[in-house]
Each structure stands twice: as structure tokens, then as C-alpha cells.
Design a protein around this ligand. Structure first.
Ligand code: SF4
Length: 401
């Protein structure tokens, strides 16, 4: 028996050595591909845009890109690299502050060593933030069937940035840290994107002039963690904070969404670093994890989210008419589809949010958002009043009054 145990330990350790060897070979291959792409003559001046979400995969891509730039003589670092991160303005506060810290570190390092790196953070326009849509326009908190937020808060801001670079430079190459092993959905979505023949790039499904490069597509989750644990980032420190973040949040991340086909992973149970206001998921596991691991100050946010989720379901808080003035019936032909929040409900949500904010050190809503919300309230009141006057006039005309 002792002999067999010995044999088993040997097989396990041989397998581990094989895996490590394979990972080392994969890494050499990824670095070679990154270098070849960066130096590719035909597209040398087309900027790279690296999507960064603060999660493990995009962190690894940013690290590998920076390492590749450092290996090059300064005269060969001709292509601009933009590190693009999006802030929905309702990000989980722990992740938001971690990302800000990381972006500042990357920027300061890149500036110090004169890398052609630009660190960019996009945000939704004031007219399209979570609060302006929810409290201003009365949109109900997002659900799986009515997920109005991803386009407005994630896809639009990043797409606008990418398009601005396409207009300026003619073309861009977007580097994403997506991997086949992330999920079946992700693997299927990757399969749909075919590379342009003879290249590692595929055209972005929505953005003209944007080509996508996925340098770590074949790595497993273990590979990513192993590489991050083995290699300290060039911008200093280690990945300890990132590992702690995952440990406390208990899992996945809401990745940088730049494409509608990738949106299902946003607000799903596997994307736990989403917005703290996200009601698409039943429970905010990452926020619960943060609270349990000592961030009790975030508990009011959890309570607010749960309250909001229930508040949506109470029909007395919802208008009968939709925003376009129509009344829609459900399949039974009788029950009405609830419309936006009533004006009273919108006001109640704003008051509750301001109260939640009182005891916190962070700001949950900006004065610009409050101003826009109040503008929308008066625009909506005018639109509703005009609709009612028009309906009354039409009625009178029909009756010859
Ligand atoms: S995390 Fe949730 S609230 Fe935020 S954009 Fe994704 S689905 Fe919407």
C-alpha cells in the first residue's frame, strides 16, 4: 500500500510538472504573439486599446502588454497603447477604489519609464447614468428581461471612446482578456467570431474599424491565477490585493463589456463584481462577501439594493402608461404591463438614496445627476400634460363638442 501511495504522489507531481511546463510554453507563445502583433508592419501605427476591468484576466493582459513594451528598445515602441476602463458610476465601492488605485499606479509607472501608454477611464453620460434613468425617467431597476443598463452604462461609453480613436487613426485593435474556459457562453461567443484569414484578429461585431485580438484566449482559470501569483506586475507591488478582492467577493467579475454578444455575462450570477445597484442578480454575493469579510460600512448599500428590488414589484409605485403614453397588456389580455415609477415613487427613491448616503464616506449620486433628474421630472410632467390635453381635444372633436 505504501508503495502505491508513493506511486500516486509521483504521478500527481509529474502531472503538476507537466502542467507547469505547458503553462511556461503557453506563456512564451503568448508573448511571441503579442510582440509579432505589436511590431506588425502594416498596422504599426494603429493604436491598441486594452480593455481593463480590474479583474484577473484583463490585469494579466495589461501586465503582459507592458512587459512586452519594456522588452522593446524605446525606438521600437511606436504604437500607442490605451488602457481602457469603464466606470458605471455605481460600481461596487471596493472594486472602484481598487481600480482607481491600479490605474494611477499603471499611469505613473508608464509615464516614469516613458512608455506610449494612455490610461483612460470612461463613464456614462450624465443623461444615461443609473440614477438619471431610474429616478429621473422612472425606469424600474433592471431585470433579466428589461436590462436597460448595460448598453447605456457600459457599451456606449467604451464604444464612443473606441469610435473616437477609429475616427482619429482610421482603425484600432482592441485587446480583450476573454478566455474560452470562462464559461460555455463565452466559448460559444468566441466561436462565432471568426478571425480574418491569416491573422489573429477578428472584426468587432458592432464597431466598424475595430479589430479584436484575444491574446489569452486558451488559458485556463488556474493558468491565469498561477501566472499572476508567479509574476509581480511591472508597475510595482504584487497581485495580493487582487487575490484578496476575489477571496472576499467569492468569485467572478463583471467584465469590460464592449459588445452586445458579450453582455449576457454582465449581471449574471457568474459576474459578481457588478454594480452595487444590480437587481438582475437575485443576491449581490460579492457585496455580501465584502460585508462578511469586514466591510460592514457597505451594509446600507446592500439594504438599499434589496429594498429597491422589492419596491419595483409593488404596482402602486408604477404608472399605468408607459413612457410613450401607451398602455400595454400582458398575454392574458387583461393585466397591464407596469409602466415607469410614479413621480411620488421617484421622489421617495431619491430621498431614500440621499438618506443612505448620509452615513457614508462615499458619494452615491452627484449634484449633476440630481439636476438632470429634476429637469427630466419637469419634462415628463409637461409631456404627460400635453398628451392628456391632446387626448381631450381629440375626444371633443370626435363628439363635435
Ligand atoms: S452589473 Fe447589473 S446593473 Fe450593472 S450594467 Fe451589468 S446588469 Fe446592469
Amino acid at each position: 500500500m505504501k508503495q502505491y501511495n508513493h506511486l500516486r504522489v509521483k504521478i500527481v507531481s509529474d502531472k503538476k510538472t507537466d502542467n507547469l511546463r505547458e503553462l511556461k510554453e503557453n506563456l512564451i507563445c503568448i508573448k511571441k504573439e503579442l510582440l509579432e502583433e505589436y511590431k506588425s508592419y502594416t498596422s504599426k501605427l494603429v493604436p491598441w486599446i486594452v480593455g481593463y476591468s480590474g479583474g484577473k484576466d484583463s490585469t494579466l493582459v495589461v501586465q503582459l502588454v507592458l512587459e512586452m513594451l519594456l522588452d522593446l528598445p524605446p525606438s521600437d515602441r511606436e504604437r500607442e497603447v490605451h488602457i481602457l476602463c469603464n466606470d458605471t458610476l455605481v460600481e461596487s465601492p471596493i472594486l472602484a477604489s481598487y481600480i482607481d488605485k491600479m490605474l494611477a499606479k499603471i499611469k505613473s509607472f508608464a509615464d516614469d519609464v516613458h512608455l506610449p501608454v494612455f490610461v483612460v477611464k470612461t463613464t456614462p453620460s450624465i443623461n444615461q447614468t443609473f440614477w438619471v434613468n431610474l429616478i429621473g425617467r422612472g425606469y424600474p431597476p433592471p431585470t433579466r428581461n428589461f436590462r436597460w443598463c448595460t448598453d447605456r452604462m457600459k457599451i456606449e461609453p467604451t464604444s464612443n471612446y473606441i469610435q473616437s480613436k477609429v475616427s482619429e487613426k482610421g482603425e484600432v485593435i482592441l485587446l480583450l482578456g476573454v478566455r474560452k474556459a470562462e464559461s460555455t457562453n463565452r466559448a460559444n461567443s468566441i466561436k462565432r467570431h471568426k478571425n480574418i484569414e491569416g491573422t489573429r484578429l477578428n472584426p468587432h461585431s458592432d464597431l466598424k474599424g475595430c479589430l479584436v485580438f484575444r491574446p489569452i484566449i486558451d488559458l485556463s482559470t488556474d493558468d491565469v491565477w498561477l501566472l499572476l501569483m508567479q509574476r509581480n506586475p511591472p508597475w510595482g507591488g504584487s497581485h495580493r490585493d487582487l487575490i484578496t478582492l476575489y477571496k472576499n467577493a467569492g468569485g467572478g467579475e463583471c467584465p469590460l463589456i464592449v459588445d452586445k454578444s458579450e453582455a449576457p455575462s454582465c449581471g449574471s450570477s457568474s459576474s459578481r463584481f457588478g454594480c452595487w445597484t444590480c437587481t438582475v442578480v437575485k443576491k449581490d454575493k460579492s457585496m455580501e462577501g465584502f460585508v462578511e469579510s469586514g466591510h460592514e460600512n457597505l451594509e446600507p448599500l446592500l439594504d438599499f439594493r434589496d429594498w429597491l428590488s422589492n419596491y419595483r414589484e409593488d404596482r402602486k409605485n408604477r404608472m399605468l402608461e408607459r413612457r410613450n403614453g401607451r398602455i400595454t397588456l400582458m398575454d392574458d389580455g387583461e393585466t397591464t404591463v407596469p409602466g415607469p415609477f410614479t413621480f411620488e415613487a421617484r421622489e421617495e427613491i431619491l430621498n431614500k438614496l440621499m438618506k443612505t448616503q448620509e452615513g457614508l464616506e462615499i458619494s452615491l449620486i452627484s449634484v449633476f445627476e440630481i439636476d438632470r433628474i429634476k429637469e427630466i421630472w419637469s419634462e415628463d410632467s409637461i409631456a404627460i400634460a400635453s398628451r392628456h390635453i391632446a387626448a381631450h381635444e381629440a375626444y371633443k372633436a370626435r363628439r363635435n363638442i
